[in-house]
Design a protein around this ligand. Structure first.
Ligand SMILES: Cc1cc2nc3c(=O)[nH]c(=O)nc-3n(C[C@H](O)[C@H](O)[C@H](O)COP(=O)(O)OP(=O)(O)OC[C@H]3O[C@@H](n4cnc5c(N)ncnc54)[C@H](O)[C@@H]3O)c2cc1C
Length: 459
C-alpha cells in the first residue's frame, strides 16, 4: 500500500474535482472521498422521472470559464448546448412579459435605441439611465463596493430594479444592494476605470459577431441526462479512489509529524493532506479548535435557502413559448417566485418524451422560504402560475427540491476576507486546504478551478 494518503471531505462537484486532480498529481497515493449524504453531487441532482430531465439545482455550465467543460472532455463526456431557437428570457412587470432589450449585457443596457423603444422602463427611468454617459467614476481600484450601489449611481433605480437585479442577483439568490462587486461582476469596475461610462465601455469591448453565418456557439452547456451525468462520469473516472457516502467527517486533528487525523463516526483516518470541499459553515465547525480565526471568518458567510419546483405538462401546447428560455420576476411585483425556466424550450435533451417541463425558483437571501412545507410550496406555485401563465393548466407531475443553505452570499469585502482565511490556514494547518463555492466563485467552473488550486497547495 502507498505511504501517501489524502482525504477529500465533501462529494459535491468541488470534492470530485479535487479528487480527480489529486489522482493526477499523486498516481500512487491512496485517496479517499468522504461524503455525508447518501449520494454524490451535493446540490447537483437530476430527477429523471419517466425519462424527463428535471434539475434540482444547477442546470448549466458557462462555457466561457473553461475548467468544467475541459474536465468533462478529459473524462470523455460530450456536452450539449442550449436550443439555438430559444433566445433569452422575459422580464415580468405589472402583468406583462417584456423582452430583455437587445444589447443588454450582464443586466446593463448598451444599445440606447433599444432601451428607448422598450416598454419595460418609464421615460424618466430611460433618461436617468443616460446619466451613465456623464457621471464621474465612483469606484476606486482597491475598494470593493456593493453592486447595487454602483449600478443605482450610474443608471438609476429603474434599470437596477427591473433589469439588472433580476438578471444578476438571480445567480446568487442575493440582494444586489449587499453583493460585492469585486466577487461577482468585477468587469464593471474595469469598464468604469478604463472608459468611465459603462455603456461606452461595454460597446467598445463587445465581442465581434461570429464570422460565419452558422448558429452561434451556445454560451451554456449541459449533458445528455442532465448534470447528474457529469457527477456519475466523474465518479466513475476516479477509478480506485475510495468514495464513501454516508460518511460525515465529525472532527479533524492536525498533528505536525504524522499528518491530519480525520475522524468519522466509524474510524480515524490519518492523512498527509486534507481538502475540505464542504460549505463554509461545515468547514467552520471542523476548524473551530485548530484554526479559530479562519473558523470565525467562514462561520460569518451567510447562505440563501432555495426551493426549486419542477413541473411536467404533457400537453401544454403553445402556453410555453419555444423561443424563450423562461422569465424573471423582479422583487416588488407581488410574487414570491423569482424566476422560471422553460426547461423543454431551453434544452433539447436527447431521448426525452414529448411534453413541457418548467422549473420555478423561490427564495432570496434573508427570506425563510423553507419554513413552508412541500404542500404549501406547491400551493404557492399553483397560485402564482395561475396568475403568471393562466393558460398552462394543471401539471401532470410536480416535484419540490428543498435546497437549504444552498448559495453563499458574497458581501462587500468577501474576496479579501477569503484570501486572508486561505492564507491564515496555510500557517495554522498547512496540511488542510479549502475548496468550495463560498471562496471565490459560485459557478461550477469556479468550483473546479478552486479545487485545482487547493490540490496545488498540497505537497
Ligand atoms: C438551485 C441552484 C442553482 C444553481 N445553478 C447553477 C448553474 O446553473 N450553473 C452553475 O455553474 N452553478 C449553479 N449553481 C451553483 C453551483 O451548483 C454550486 O456552487 C456548486 O455545485 C457547489 O458545489 P460544492 O461541491 O462546492 O458544494 P455542494 O454541492 O454543497 O457539496 C458539498 C458536499 O459536502 C458534503 N458535506 C458537508 N459537510 C460534510 C462533512 N462534515 N463530511 C462529509 N461531507 C460533508 C455535503 O453533503 C455536500 O454533498 C446553482 C446552485 C443552486 C443551489
Amino acid at each position: 500500500m502507498s505511504d501517501q494518503r489524502y482525504v477529500v471531505v465533501g462529494g459535491g462537484i468541488s470534492g470530485l474535482a479535487a479528487a480527480y486532480a489529486l489522482r493526477k498529481k499523486h498516481p500512487q497515493a491512496e485517496i479517499l472521498l468522504l461524503e455525508a449524504q447518501d449520494h454524490l453531487g451535493g446540490v447537483i441532482h437530476t430527477d429523471r422521472y419517466s425519462g424527463y430531465v428535471i434539475e434540482a439545482g444547477p442546470d448549466s455550465i458557462l462555457r466561457r470559464k473553461p475548467e468544467a467543460i475541459a474536465l468533462a472532455e478529459a473524462i470523455g463526456l460530450a456536452s450539449i448546448g442550449t436550443n439555438p431557437g430559444a433566445h433569452g428570457a422575459y422580464i415580468y412587470h405589472r402583468g406583462r412579459f417584456y423582452d430583455i432589450p437587445p444589447g443588454v449585457q450582464s443586466g446593463v443596457p448598451t444599445d440606447v435605441w433599444a432601451l428607448v423603444q422598450s416598454g419595460l422602463l418609464s421615460w424618466p427611468g430611460k433618461l436617468r439611465a443616460g446619466f451613465d454617459f456623464f457621471l464621474p467614476r465612483i469606484t476606486r481600484p482597491n475598494d470593493d463596493i456593493a453592486l447595487g450601489r454602483f449600478l443605482r449611481y450610474r443608471f438609476g433605480d429603474e434599470v437596477v430594479d427591473r433589469l439588472a437585479a433580476p438578471m444578476l442577483s438571480g445567480i446568487y439568490a442575493g440582494n444586489i444592494d449587499q453583493m460585492s462587486m469585486d466577487a461577482t461582476f468585477p468587469h464593471f469596475k474595469d469598464l468604469e476605470a478604463k472608459h468611465r461610462s459603462i455603456v461606452q465601455g461595454a460597446r467598445q469591448t463587445r465581442p465581434a459577431p461570429p464570422s460565419s453565418s452558422g448558429p452561434r456557439p451556445s454560451m451554456f452547456a449541459t449533458f445528455a441526462g442532465g448534470l447528474e451525468s457529469y457527477i456519475e462520469a466523474l465518479s466513475k473516472s476516479l477509478g480506485d479512489v475510495d468514495q464513501r457516502c454516508h460518511t460525515p467527517v465529525v472532527s479533524l486533528e492536525p498533528s505536525s509529524d504524522q499528518g491530519v487525523e480525520v475522524v468519522t463516526e466509524q474510524e480515524t483516518i490519518v492523512a498527509n493532506g486534507v481538502i475540505l470541499a464542504i460549505p463554509a459553515f461545515a468547514a467552520a465547525t471542523l476548524l473551530s479548535t485548530h484554526a479559530r480565526m479562519v473558523s470565525h471568518v467562514l462561520e460569518a458567510v451567510t447562505y440563501a435557502d432555495l426551493a426549486v419546483i419542477g413541473a411536467l405538462y404533457k400537453a401544454s401546447g403553445p402556453a410555453i413559448p419555444e423561443d424563450k428560455t423562461g422569465f424573471l420576476v423582479p422583487r416588488g411585483e407581488g410574487f414570491q417566485m423569482t424566476a422560471c425556466t422553460y426547461v423543454s424550450s431551453k434544452w433539447h435533451y436527447p431521448d426525452v418524451p414529448e411534453g413541457a417541463v418548467i422549473r420555478s425558483y423561490y427564495g432570496r437571501a434573508g427570506e425563510d422560504i423553507l419554513a413552508m412545507n412541500d404542500a404549501e410550496l406547491l400551493a404557492l406555485y399553483r397560485r402564482e402560475m395561475h396568475d403568471l401563465l393562466p393558460k398552462l393548466g394543471d401539471p401532470d407531475y410536480t416535484v419540490v427540491f428543498r435546497q437549504p443553505r444552498a448559495i453563499p452570499q458574497y458581501q462587500v469585502g468577501h474576496l479579501r476576507k477569503m484570501a486572508a482565511a486561505v492564507q491564515q490556514l496555510r500557517t495554522d494547518c498547512p496540511r488542510i486546504a479549502l475548496a468550495g463555492s463560498y471562496i471565490d466563485g459560485v459557478g461550477i467552473p469556479d468550483c473546479v478551478r478552486r479545487s485545482y488550486a487547493a490540490v496545488e497547495q498540497m505537497d
